[in-house]
Structures are given as C-alpha cells and as structure tokens.
Write a protein that binds this ligand. Structure first.
Ligand SMILES: [Zn+2]
Ligand SMILES: [Zn+2]
Length: 263
C-alpha cells in the first residue's frame, strides 16, 4: 500500500477552513502517515496570510499537535512562502516556495485569487504574453527570493485557463517561458498539486502534463499534494494524480523521507 501524506495544507491560521487539530484528526482517519501544515506567508496580503504574530502562534500550535498525536501520525511544521514575503522563512521544517503575485507599478497583483482579479491584472499588464513572461521569470527566480524544499504549483498562472480561455498552454512561446523557469529550479522537487481540482477550476493537477513531461526529461522529481483548504480535501484526486504522474513518464513519486531528511 502506498504511503499517504500531504505536505500542502492550509488551516484557520491563514485562509483554510478548519483548525489544525481537526485536520490532524481527519488525516489519521484517512490513514495518513504524515500531515504537513504549510500556512501562507505573504503578509502584505493579510486576508489570506499569517501575520508575523499569528505565524508565531501557528508554529507553537503545530508543535503541540506534533507531540499530542505522535503515536498516530507525523505532524510537520511547514510554510508556503510567497517569494515576495519580506520576512525570511525560519523556524519551519520545510518550505514550499510559491509565486502568487505579479508586482506591477509597486502593487502586488494576485493571479490566483479570482477570475475577476485575473481579468483586472490582464487589463493592467496589457496582454497575456507579457503576463506569462513576467510570471515564469518570477518562478524561475524563486530561489533568489527564498530557500525552498518544494516548488509550489509551478503553473498556477493557468488556474482560470481551463479549456484555453486565456491562452494556449501548448503554444511554443508558453512552453519556452515555462521551460526556462523550470531549468533553473528542476533540482528541487515539484509538487503535483490537485488544489484547483477540488475547487472546480481545473480537471488536471498543476503542472500541465506537457510541462510535467519536460520536468521528467530534465530528471526532476515530484511529490503529490492537494493544497487543501478544508479537511475533506486532504486526499482530493490523489488516485488521479498518481495516474497523471505515471502518464508523464515518472516511474515513481517521492516518499516523505525522500522529499527531505526530516530531523
Ligand atoms: Zn499557493
Ligand atoms: Zn497553498
């Protein structure tokens, strides 16, 4: 039987619905060997992110749960560090490095918040080609901004693009921008992230199958996650994600201990 775990989860400490303890209990019920919390850290956007103070409480709380449930499950303390977060990600067992914003005229524009917001960004930036170029340049530079153990949702720029409504994900220019970014960070494990499936935006995980095949060709490694914001979604579309990883040509995905040597 395969090991079930999820390192990309959000709780009430950021924009998730459930308390960490409710999620730990749900993970135990589902037979998970581990649950990792990855609270958002993009404190310039307080509606969705932990603040400096709440991150401190979060770290303490996850530490308590780690101890309380240690006989039943491994609880890991992580963070989803947005590249623009000014406070370095210290005091965590692992870091998911993610891009959620484009910086434009001194403002942080969220690309994954809502379709309406995405439309506004396109209006401000001018065209999809420029937006795509800007986005993948930032993704490629992730490690200049923050250390990362996992690359979060590599092509979240395509969150609202189901059916190719904004751009063609098979277009050579799009692939080229994505591959240039990938080449700079492909030594870090990428997540195969089913988060947009659980929220009904997409039918397939991030990254797209074409990009996942490129990652395989570069010798990249993958770990699955559901980027869940509610306990019901802890293993959302996991079976599909595993099929998908195989369809991209990967013989295997990383076990928990291969993601990182946990101390
Ligand atoms: Zn994210
Ligand atoms: Zn997330």
């Amino acid at each position: 039987m395969r090991e079930k775990f999820n390192l990309h989860t959000h709780s009430v400490y950021c924009d998730g619905r459930d308390t960490p303890e409710e999620m730990v209990k749900a993970a135990i019920e589902k037979g998970f060997s581990a649950i990792g919390f990855s609270g958002h850290k993009n404190s310039f956007d307080p509606e969705v992110s932990m603040s400096h103070e709440s991150a401190r409480v979060y770290r303490r709380k996850i530490g308590e749960l780690k101890e309380k449930y240690k006989k039943s499950i491994r609880v890991l303390l992580g963070v989803e560090q947005d590249i623009f977060e000014p406070e370095p990600a210290t005091g965590y067992e692992y870091i998911i490095g993610s891009v959620h914003y484009i910086k434009h005229n001194g403002k942080y524009l969220s690309i994954d918040q809502s379709r309406e917001n995405f439309d506004l960004i396109l209006k401000e930036i001018g065209d999809t080609d420029t937006l795509i170029k800007n986005y993948f340049e930032l993704v490629g530079d992730t490690l200049k901004y923050t250390p990362a153990d996992i690359i979060g949702h590599f092509d979240i720029i395509a969150k609202f693009n189901e059916g190719g409504v904004y751009f063609d994900e098979e277009d050579p220019g799009y692939i080229k921008a994505a591959v240039s970014a990938m080449e700079k960070i492909c030594h870090i494990p990428f997540e195969v992230n089913t988060g947009a499936i659980s929220r009904g935006y997409k039918k397939a995980p991030y990254p797209s199958l074409t990009l996942l095949k490129k990652l395989r060709d570069m010798g990249g490694r993958v770990v699955y996650s559901s980027d869940c914001h509610a306990k019901e979604d802890l293993e959302c579309a996991y079976d599909d994600a595993i099929e998908y990883i195989r369809a991209a040509g990967f013989e295997r995905f990383l076990s928990l201990d291969e993601v990182k040597q946990w101390k």
